[in-house]
Write a protein that binds this ligand. Structure first.
Ligand SMILES: [Fe+2]
Ligand SMILES: [Fe+2]
Length: 199
């Protein structure tokens, strides 16, 4: 079997308990993964396995979870904006802003899932740097959107008299902010640099 065929076979193998155990995927301790991927070339069989497991983690822990959280946050925001329209503290425009973020994020994640991640699972390639640069530019847009989200929600802090729905909304927006930032950190600081030099 050629090396490419081996990498291809590895990429088709779903991440099992063994590959999960090789990684310490607690976001607080990703330095081991980072050190490994920085020190090993993308063509290396073990590195392909490690990168594949990191991609699996990003997909299940972040891509899927964001797509569940956003519709819930949009529904809560529509409710709060409708009920508290006369309240000076009402987070005007929050539902529309969340809807825009969800729409753009869905497109961004689709590009990673359909183009970039499959390229990476096959060891990189000449197009990988271009795709990474595009994803990094989109991440900068997400950071701007998160800044706006914090402004609209007053740093995710409901007023003292806020109802339970409003509190749940701010809590969910805070979770989205934290998890989107961690998701992008895993890509920008660990996954992308591993492949950025692979031509
Ligand atoms: Fe992603
Ligand atoms: Fe991304």
């Amino acid at each position: 079997m050629t090396e490419n065929a081996q990498i291809s076979a590895l990429s088709r193998t779903p991440a099992g308990p063994d590959s999960a155990a090789r990684f310490i995927l607690d976001p607080a301790d990703t330095s081991a993964i980072e050190a490994y991927l920085v020190l090993h070339a993308p063509g290396d069989t073990e590195a392909a396995q490690q990168a594949g497991a990191l991609i699996d983690h990003i997909l299940t822990r972040y891509h899927q979870v964001h797509m569940e959280d956003f519709p819930q946050a949009i529904a809560l925001a529509r409710k709060v904006e409708a009920v508290h329209v006369a309240d000076a503290e009402c987070p005007d425009g929050l539902a529309d802003h969340l809807a825009l973020m969800a729409d753009e994020l869905a497109g961004h994640q689709r590009k990673e899932e359909m183009a970039l991640f499959p390229m990476m699972r096959h060891g990189g390639g000449p197009m990988v740097r271009i795709a990474i640069a595009r994803m990094q530019a989109e991440h900068r847009d997400v950071v701007e959107q998160l800044t706006r989200l914090a402004v609209i929600t007053k740093d995710f802090t409901p007023p003292q008299e806020a109802c339970r729905t409003w509190r749940a909304l701010d809590q969910l927006c805070r979770k989205i902010d934290r998890e989107l930032r961690e998701h992008m950190r895993l890509e920008d600081a660990i996954l992308f640099p591993h492949f950025a030099g692979a031509l």
